[in-house]
Design a binder for this molecule. Structure first.
Ligand SMILES: [Zn+2]
Length: 251
């Protein structure tokens, strides 16, 4: 059940027929893993906490740096030098004391990632490098958990949802194949804050839809955002039957 305080706190989204009490209860009973508490993870964590997702599992091994604050709005000047997970927990528990926060202050390897993914209902990849994205995707396919993947660099953003529970859904590897870690990260190539805020907000929205059970998720579609011209494009993405990660799934 929802308490009077919760009914009041979440009243503006409970008003929506797509959410209602049932959807809010589903959010309260839901668990989400957020991998990375940087520019994408900041709005993701804050919106999911504010919306009342019952358990947020937060993974980041890094500490807050002054150069992060231009875009990673969950952290503030006083948190420079702190573990990002601790800084995020400080902010999120002030935002919403009703939810449970679980900390992973380490770089997740294959074993710890498998356990972390198995413990939640949805995974949000907010990391900034290809090898982490590949590892998170493999863990999600193995555990059959939906993955909401976002990326932003310079003035371009991308977003898609991969849901191994659906036979027609591609996985991250179907789409990107063998990328490489020689790709630049935001700390090397630069990025504008509102763009990661936009992509992160869309990731949080997709998570609320999946968890509360409304709307049409961004599965089999890749959203491309060009911040320079403010243009959004959508590409169809098909599952690759020969994919080395998800190809043997469903027999
Ligand atoms: Zn695949």
């Amino acid at each position: 059940m929802l308490t009077d305080q919760e009914l009041l706190r979440y009243s503006r989204q409970i008003l929506l027929q797509h959410v209602d009490i049932d959807g809010q209860l589903r959010l309260k009973n839901a668990r989400a893993l957020i991998v990375g508490l940087g520019g994408l993870g900041a709005p993701v964590a804050m919106y999911l906490a504010a919306a009342g997702v019952g358990e947020l599992h937060l993974a980041d091994f890094d500490t807050v740096d002054l150069t992060n604050l231009q875009r990673q709005i969950i952290h503030d000047t006083d948190s420079v030098g702190q573990a990002k997970v601790d800084s995020a927990i400080h902010r999120l528990s002030a935002l919403n004391p009703e939810i449970k926060l679980v900390a992973h202050r380490i770089a997740l390897d294959a074993d710890t990632l498998a356990a972390a993914v198995a413990a939640v209902d949805v995974v949000l990849d907010c990391s900034d490098n290809f090898s982490t994205r590949e590892a998170v995707n493999a863990a999600c396919v193995a555990a059959c958990k939906p993955l909401i993947s976002g990326a932003a660099i310079r003035l371009e953003g991308q977003l898609s949802v991969f849901d191994p529970r659906r036979a027609d859904s591609p996985c991250y590897h179907c789409l990107y194949g063998h990328g490489s870690d020689t790709e630049l990260t935001c700390s090397e190539a630069g990025v504008v804050g509102p763009l990661v805020g936009l992509v992160g907000s869309l990731q949080a929205l997709e998570a609320l839809k999946l968890l509360a059970g409304f709307g049409e998720p961004l599965v089999g579609r890749l959203l491309l955002i060009d911040a320079l011209s403010t243009r959004f494009r959508e590409l169809r993405v098909k599952r690759d039957p020969g994919c080395s990660v998800c190809g043997t799934r469903h027999g």
